[in-house]
Design a protein around this ligand. Sequence first.
Ligand code: C2E
Ligand code: CA
Ligand code: CA
Ligand code: CA
Length: 277
Amino acid sequence: AKADGRNGVALFESTMRAEVERRLTMERDLSMALENGELQMHLQLQVSRDSTPVGAELLMRWRRTDGTSIPPDVFIPVAEATGQIVPLGRWALRQACLSWLRLEAEGQAMPLSVNVSPSQFRQPDFVADVRAILQETGAPATQLIFEVTEGLLIENLDDTIERMHELARLGIRFSIDDFGTGYSNLAYLKRMPLYELKIDRSFIHDMPGDANGTAIVQSIMAMAGHLGLRVVAEGVETQEQATFLAEHGSPGMQGYLFARPMPLGDVITLLSADTNT
Ligand code: C2E
Ligand code: CA
Ligand code: CA
Ligand code: CA
């Protein structure tokens, strides 16, 4: 048993070492990814009840020079922990502004949503960075929606809310992403300059078969209605889900049923095809 225990420890240590190495390699590669042009933004359209495109979310993609891709669920948390999210986030915002300008030039202007990580939002220079990028690109702040998670509200709530108001005065709108999965005290909602709630896809996934998931979706929509907030349902994959949503509050919808995340050029092709028919 003793020998087993030692082997267990050895295995644990080598697994740990492999994990640390994997992470260090990712950190090093990520710091080069921007310069090497390995990052790309994809856009996923949001639609209204009648399938009309009403906006799009920008989602970061990392394809390494060896052809392998690393999903954002894996590299964003690393970038958050190391601070690399700051240059990545600046780049993401600039891409959003440039994408908006390109869509406008094509006659397809629509509000664009950008994910903003808590650690990025808390950077002392964040507001100054946003101003600088808006000024440099000439994109209108009123066409940008910042998606933040409830995780942002755990620390320094007063400072966070003050900063949100500062950005809202520039014209930026705010959406609470993955709504329903985090912080449960809803009193904060009234203090924030909010535009939208995005219902987490785990609740949409369970709908309409599962009574709990359905009840959660309906109560989020009712609450949003009372607060005057727009709702977007994410991860809509089936016609059944879309029909249920259309019949119960009719939120904006985003999901594979309507469009996958895709490069801007493909979005423009898709939108132009729609316009021509
Ligand atoms: P998120 O913000 O909740 O983004 C929605 C995720 O759901 C995206 O995954 C999207 O591709 C996926 N999705 C969309 N429709 C469907 C569907 O019908 N079914 C299913 N199963 N999934 C769907 P993705 O692109 O892998 O991004 C994962 C997460 O990485 C995002 O979750 C967001 O938290 C983070 N992320 C992505 N891009 C950025 C970025 O530029 N900045 C920051 N800070 N985070 C980002
Ligand atoms: Ca999001
Ligand atoms: Ca989400
Ligand atoms: Ca999510």
